[in-house]
Unconditional design. Structure first.
Length: 258
């Protein structure tokens, strides 16, 4: 089935949002392509579903690429397009490769890049290796030649290389560099780099608390891969958990390291 221009824009938006942090909502897709009506967005989503490209399970973030092989193929195809393809404004929609435009490389100096502070597991936690995580921007680490301004918000941004495949359904693959904004807490359901007694992992984090007292009881870490179980850190073990940073994007492919 050949996609219409708007259907392709919707698909591009889904891929972009997956790269930014996981399955999107209907509203997020609509905002990105300039459609204010959820019903109109849903019509295009249903067309993509009928074409076998996506699935929709009825949850708020229930939009998924139909299967992992297709997701990998679409992300690879999207990432391999030329950087100079135009991105139109959200008022008129967009064309070309929005992901590659958003995550484009730069040829600037090392100070303009992002420090690579080590590897992070997308799987079972791994020990921190050869990294002083408290001094991520002291100039001692290699840098990716990536413009930090390409990523959302401000703050102390760093890069870490992914090892493992527990986050593949969020579009995060082994060998990717995830971009993290250093911060000590994240909102419920956001993807973050977490250290558990010195071992790091990238997961979607949930704070489980008592509904009545709002008292925090445990922390739950969820993978984006159905083959991985949840990880629950009980109240008595919470002190061994440190949020290193919030996931704000990723880069993939042949990258210049400064």
């Amino acid at each position: 089935m050949a996609l219409t221009k708007k259907q392709q824009q919707i698909l591009d938006a889904i891929l972009f949002l997956i790269r930014r942090g996981g399955p999107p909502t209907v509203r997020e897709v609509g905002d990105l392509v300039g459609l204010r009506s959820p019903a109109t967005v849903s019509k295009h989503l249903n067309a993509l579903k009928e074409a076998g490209i996506i699935t929709i399970n009825g949850k708020s973030r229930g939009i998924r690429i139909a299967n992992q092989e297709l997701l990998n193929s679409l992300l690879e195809e999207n990432s391999s397009e030329k950087e100079d393809q135009e991105t139109a404004s959200s008022e008129s929609g967009f064309s070309g490769n929005i992901i590659q435009t958003h995550f484009r490389s730069i040829a600037g100096e090392a100070s303009e890049g992002l420090p690579i502070v080590g590897a992070i597991a997308a799987g079972h936690p791994i020990a921190a290796r050869e990294v002083d995580f408290t001094d991520s921007c002291d100039g001692s680490h290699p840098h990716l030649a990536i413009d930090p301004h390409m990523f959302s918000g401000s703050g102390d941004l760093v890069a870490m290389k992914i090892e493992g495949d527990s986050m593949v359904e969020a579009g995060i693959l082994e060998g990717d560099y995830v971009i993290l904004r250093r911060q000590e807490t994240v909102e419920n359901g956001e993807i973050a780099a977490i250290f558990i007694e010195g071992e790091g992992t990238l997961k979607r984090l949930y704070w489980d608390s008592d509904v009545d007292s709002n008292e925090l009881h445990s922390i739950r870490l969820e993978a984006e891969n159905q083959n991985f179980d949840s990880m629950t850190i009980t109240e008595e073990n919470r002190k061994g958990v440190v949020v290193f940073g919030k996931y704000v994007g990723l880069v993939r492919g042949e990258l210049r390291v400064l």
